[in-house]
Write a protein that binds this ligand. Structure first.
Ligand SMILES: [Zn+2]
Length: 141
């Protein structure tokens, strides 16, 4: 079963005075177990081959589309089968402007990452909390 999970992250930015500022936030993601990954893989394969069949009546384009979708099917299935987590969003207070922000993510986004705060587009660096212990930060609180 797909389960929603969160991971503590540090959100870093640079204040107007040029100082590094940081807050704590949460990285939200979905975890897929073995049966979910298999279901998603089968679904991707079925959709890809379904598109191959659907593109049969397209004159000229079918010479490219049909083999393309036929080949893509197993590759897409493999990719979905290997995907055990899917990123959803990052939530927390922006260290630069202090506003609550929810940053939407693509499913394949991973930490650490550079992004922007949603209300005021401040550049932010998001790091998993356990990774940060190795990277020493000179801003204590
Ligand atoms: Zn901000």
């Amino acid at each position: 079963m797909a389960t929603e999970a969160t991971q503590a992250v540090t959100i870093k930015g640079t204040s107007g005075e040029g100082n590094e500022v940081a807050t704590q936030g949460l990285f939200h993601f979905v975890e897929y177990d073995q049966s979910d990954r298999m279901k998603r893989a089968v679904m991707a394969w079925v959709i890809s081959w379904g598109l191959a069949i659907a593109s049969l009546p397209l004159i000229i384009a079918h010479w490219l589309l049909v083999p393309g979708f036929l080949i893509a099917g197993p590759f897409m299935a493999r990719r979905y089968y290997r995907t055990s987590t899917s990123a959803k969003k990052i939530s927390g207070l922006c260290p630069v402007c202090g506003q609550e922000c929810a940053i939407k993510l693509e499913g394949n986004d991973t930490l650490p990452m550079w992004t922007y705060c949603s209300p005021s587009r401040d550049p932010l660096h998001v790091i998993a909390l356990e990774d940060e212990k190795e990277v020493k930060v000179g801003h204590g609180d």
